[in-house]
Design a protein around this ligand. Sequence first.
Ligand code: SIN
Length: 280
Amino acid sequence: MEMKAQLADFQLLTATPLTPAIGAEISGVDLSQPVSDALFEEIHRALMEYQVIFFRDQDIVIEQQKSLARRFGALHSHPAAPAHDGDAEVMMIRGDEKSKVVAGNFWHSDVSCEEEPPMGTLLHLHQVPPSGGDTLFASMYAAFEALSAPMQSFLSGLSARHGSEHVYRGRYGVKEDPAREYPTAVHPVVRTHPETGRKGLYVNPTFTVKIEELKSRESEALLRMLYDHMAQPEFQCRFRWKKHSLAFWDNRCTQHFAMWDYYPQVRHGLRVTVKGGRPF
Ligand code: SIN
């Protein structure tokens, strides 16, 4: 299904694109109020078109964030991060003067190491640093569409292993069983979005470990080329957070990079993730 033709006629919200490739700021929506079916349909359509959407000044509690997320599907629990306040469906995102690492400080699509990675993620920030702490988003549709036809065709026959032990082991400061197993999965290098039908690149430097059909050196060289290609600024937008901004990104067609340039300042918020299907 091609979404572009249906667009531009939102009745209940205004969508202001950030760049031609990706991202739109949504205004006219108060997420502390119940989201009607008609408004949900427009938010969904905006997400499909812009791949990541941003809401400002949303003074909402976690139950309201979760209830918007649930309109898109069942909630996902992170395979390694600790539950927030005993709730495995909520992940705290925090950087401060004690942090040794922060989540997402590298290009990635969330938890792509799982067999069925999350479709989307909603992040609401409660505290932001005076400057910095932006998140960069890149359109994997734009990255795929900019490749030559022979390269698109070559990549379309390949699959890649995504792993997570190298990312998650020891990261959360809890004592871990050395025998603990971490998610790993094989996905197509070019993924078809199940709702828009568009194709996008689906390898990322955080979780992807090897292209299955290639020799190690070939895989390393091809992945290096793809990561370099994907990181071109024209495929991106960059979001400057304010207190109570909420971002909702579609992991099936985007990657993001949370910039940790604000140490020792505090950046704090809560993340909720919606389950997704097996990539094809
Ligand atoms: C993440 O990858 O979920 C973190 C994103 C962010 O902090 O902006």
